[in-house]
Write a protein that binds this ligand. Sequence first.
Ligand SMILES: NC(=O)c1ccc[n+]([C@@H]2O[C@H](COP(=O)([O-])OP(=O)(O)OC[C@H]3O[C@@H](n4cnc5c(N)ncnc54)[C@H](O)[C@@H]3O)[C@@H](O)[C@H]2O)c1
Length: 362
Amino acid sequence: MNPKRIVVTGGAGFVGSNLALFLKRDLEGVEVVALDNLKRRGSELSLERLRRGGVLFQHGDIRSPEDLDALGAADLIVECSAEPSVQAGYGGSPAYVIHTNLSGTIHCLEYARKHDCALMFLSTSRVYPIAGLRALPLEEQTTRLVIPHGQGGLGWSEAGIAESFPLQGSRSIYGTTKLASELLIEEYRAMYGLRTIINRCGILTGPWQMGKVDQGVIVLWMAHHLFGLPLGYMGFGGTGKQVRDLLHVEDLYDLLRIQLADLERHSGSVHNVGGGREVSISLRELTDFCVRITGRSVPMGADPVTRDFDVPYYISDHDQVTRLTGWRPKRSVEQTLLDIHAWIRDNRALLSPLFGVPIDNH
Ligand SMILES: NC(=O)c1ccc[n+]([C@@H]2O[C@H](COP(=O)([O-])OP(=O)(O)OC[C@H]3O[C@@H](n4cnc5c(N)ncnc54)[C@H](O)[C@@H]3O)[C@@H](O)[C@H]2O)c1
């Protein structure tokens, strides 16, 4: 596919702004429009970057179909807007997360149907149920939990969680809005012939992620080390042994380009996309990396209590997408962390208010 006009929703957010800028940089003659309501604190910091990179910014809200209509036609919509926190709705109303993540996706689908435009959807590992992930037979090693050698079951193995992992059970409001969106995307594909791609991502990270406790933890960890702010291990006994894979946003972009190049072939696909076992880390290991890179330790608290939405282990088994496309993550944990470190270091003044750093603590 050779798109002439691309809309990126959530285009001032971490994933959206990076993808919008990469697409504008690499696709000759393309117009890229980033739509965002700037709900996420820190997204406003991307506006100048977008402008310099030649991406047009449109303030708008995907909860409002009129805001999408006002964009005019496009050949591709990359849906990156979201309330992306798994904690959204706990202890309060779920209205915002449902209206943005589910109604918003429906508005994007309607937009795509009207303009015969392809849709790429950023889904999440959080579509997999919490109880199922907690039931994995994990073994505790010195710095992390692991799936014991040779063990496996339906949709899980030492390689991680595959697309066939059972979907029965609750998964958080966030995960449910994403799974419900996936189901509707498939219906629009089947009924209206929309070209669609769904990538279920594990942790995505890299420069320009405005890390916070409930989303963007890798950046948050590095920033706290750089700025000398306290941190804490939460849940699973407070040992910091919970494990995630992580994927540099540039690795995600590499995959999107492969999928875009042969959209007809890849349309309808749903893949687990992440760093996999090779690019995975426990919180405790993340601390060690951050100390080594920044040369600084920070006070580390521990809260042993596991919250309802916590899962001890998630690694994407990306074998399906790798076999189909040849794609695999290229950036290591260390390289990704070094990139994040360099970005925060080079943008201290811009970023310190976001992390609540007193100005003389630079
Ligand atoms: N970052 C991750 O680890 C990760 C992992 C898996 C999936 N995802 C998915 O990737 C996508 C991008 O996530 P991200 O990490 O860039 O999050 P982000 O919070 O950095 O970006 C989301 C953007 O959407 C905007 N937004 C929120 N509500 C909106 C609305 N109603 N209308 C228009 N814009 C709105 C926010 O202001 C923000 O700029 C999301 O769909 C998320 O679910 C992210």
